[in-house]
Design a protein around this ligand. Structure first.
Ligand SMILES: Nc1ncnc2c1ncn2[C@@H]1O[C@H](COP(=O)(O)OP(=O)(O)OP(=O)(O)O)[C@@H](O)[C@H]1O
Ligand SMILES: [Mg+2]
Length: 256
């Protein structure tokens, strides 16, 4: 199953993506976590070092993706990339995209072609999960890396800006052929905030993650939330989220 995590800046995308990755790995899934945010901090939520970012592989990309000046192969060879350029821990592999130049929507630079091919190449089988953490906002949708993903989680915190960004993401996700889109409320303090989100968000909420000072503590100590302790209410909620995602797999999102 391929999952993309998106939302406004600072809503908790990386915390949720990284924690989900670890939770799925601990339950025996083979997980590929992909960081497409140029600030490259998914590794801290997972607890591994960053591998060489794909965008640094200029020579290799040019060799494989450029046919002639200005002409790019849509099918560059990528099969060796996950093995060579990732960090590994238990059942989990982290791939980092790095900074890809963006000449507006749908930029055709070779890095983009290469990254899209890489994500397409990672066709997953049962008990495999790909979790893509994205940069804030809608820009990444223009790069089409999440095309044909099975699930988009749009993270929202209580607030009009987060909701308006989430609704834009939902609208645009349709163009990418993403099979399902759900909201995940994060940093919620009470029922009233959940109701506010439910009233204004254009998709159903799959889970509500409470505001939890342990998330901040994990951030301060620079350790993954899953390694801090198991009493974190936010962690428990993300575990529930992972179970609901499993339920979606059960209802056959991805045929094997
Ligand atoms: N449930 C929570 N309770 C308390 N704090 C949280 C919670 N979730 C995330 N945070 C805090 O919010 C901040 C932003 O979280 P995170 O980096 O995961 O968001 P992001 O959406 O990935 O941000 P960016 O857009 O910068 O990539 C962090 O300081 C994190 O510790
Ligand atoms: Mg982030």
């Amino acid at each position: 199953m391929k999952i993309v995590v998106s939302g406004k800046g600072g809503v908790g995308k990386t915390t949720i993506a990284g924690t989900l990755a670890r939770v799925f790995a601990s339950r025996g899934y083979s997980v590929i976590a992909v960081d497409s945010d140029p600030s490259m901090n998914l590794h801290t939520a997972i607890g591994v070092e960053n591998p060489t970012p794909i965008s640094h592989l200029k020579e290799l990309i040019n060799e494989r993706a450029v046919i002639a000046p200005g002409m790019y192969s849509l099918n560059p060879r990528v099969d060796d990339i996950p093995e060579r350029f990732s960090s590994v821990r238990d059942n989990l592999r982290l791939i980092v995209m790095g900074t890809v130049e963006q000449a507006g929507q749908g930029c055709l630079c070779p890095e983009n072609t290469f990254l899209r091919a890489l994500l397409r190449h990672l066709v997953l089988r049962r008990r495999e999960m790909l979790i893509l953490d994205t940069e804030a906002g809608v820009e990444h949708l223009g790069r089409s890396v999440a095309r044909n993903f099975d699930l988009m989680l749009v993270v929202v915190e209580p607030g009009a800006k987060a909701i308006s960004m989430a609704n834009r993401l939902v609208e645009l996700s349709g163009r990418l052929g993403i099979a399902r889109v759900y909201g995940v409320a994060n940093k919620v303090a009470d029922e009233e905030q959940v109701r506010f989100i439910e009233e204004h968000l254009s998709v159903e909420l799959l889970e509500r993650v409470p505001y939890d000072s342990r998330v901040v503590e994990a951030d301060i100590k620079n350790v993954p939330l899953v390694d801090l302790d198991d009493k974190s209410p936010a962690l428990r909620s993300i575990v529930r989220l992972s179970e609901k995602i499993e339920g979606l797999v059960g209802s056959q999102l991805t045929p094997d």
